[in-house]
Design a protein around this ligand. Structure first.
Ligand code: COA
Length: 164
């Protein structure tokens, strides 16, 4: 499988899941893909995908997705372990309202917090307008509406690692 078919797969998955980020430009999608964690079947087909975003302090895991036809088979767990192993930072966080994802990350050691840290909170807020404007300019109003009315349901989970 080549990068362009992988990107097409990710785009289709993002389109069908209104809880995650909108589709950005091709250039930005490629940049995100290069840093993302991808889990594949033995045949090499992608089944799970997670992005990382570097903040002023800490790293955020975003756009956590498992292909609809492969959910409930343990790929989500494998994906989270993989993406965490790729991050070289002691502060890792994510925002979610998915009970399945919460179940996975709590077992890994994430704890619910209001914000990861003061600096990360500012960094997160600075990114919100761009995300909303993308949805407006792309006419992705269903996503914008759903994410706006459910904003209060997203909780922040933080993993503070102590490494040597
Ligand atoms: C969330 C998601 C990534 C999980 O992937 P998955 O491959 O189905 O996850 P796994 O099979 O590894 O594990 C799921 C775990 O959640 C548990 N679970 C499933 N539904 C649950 C629910 N409603 N409440 C609590 N736990 C639940 C399962 O029991 C399982 O835990 P266990 O193995 O200890 O029994 C996947 O469902 C998905 O892509 N969802 C849509 C996109 C999304 O919401 N992403 C999060 C946005 S931040």
């Amino acid at each position: 499988m080549n990068t362009s078919s992988d990107l097409k797969w990710v785009d289709e998955l993002i389109r069908s899941e209104l809880d995650v980020r909108p589709i950005y430009s091709k250039r930005r999608s490629l940049k995100s893909f290069e840093k993302a964690a991808v889990i594949r079947t033995d045949e090499g087909n992608p089944v799970a995908y997670a992005e990382v975003v570097n903040h002023l302090k800490g790293v955020e895991i975003t756009t956590v997705l498992v292909d609809q036809s492969h959910r409930g088979k343990g790929y989500g767990k494998e994906l989270m372990k993989e993406v965490i192993s790729q991050i070289d930072n002691d502060l890792i966080f994510l925002h979610t309202k998915s009970p399945a994802l919460v179940s996975i990350i709590q077992k890994i050691g994430f704890k619910k917090k209001s914000i990861p840290s003061f600096i990360s909170g500012i960094s997160i807020l600075l990114r919100l307008p761009r995300r909303s404007l993308t949805m407006i300019f792309r006419g992705d109003f269903k996503r914008l509406w759903l994410q706006t009315i459910t904003l209060g349901k997203y909780d922040c989970y933080v993993l503070e690692r102590k490494r040597d």
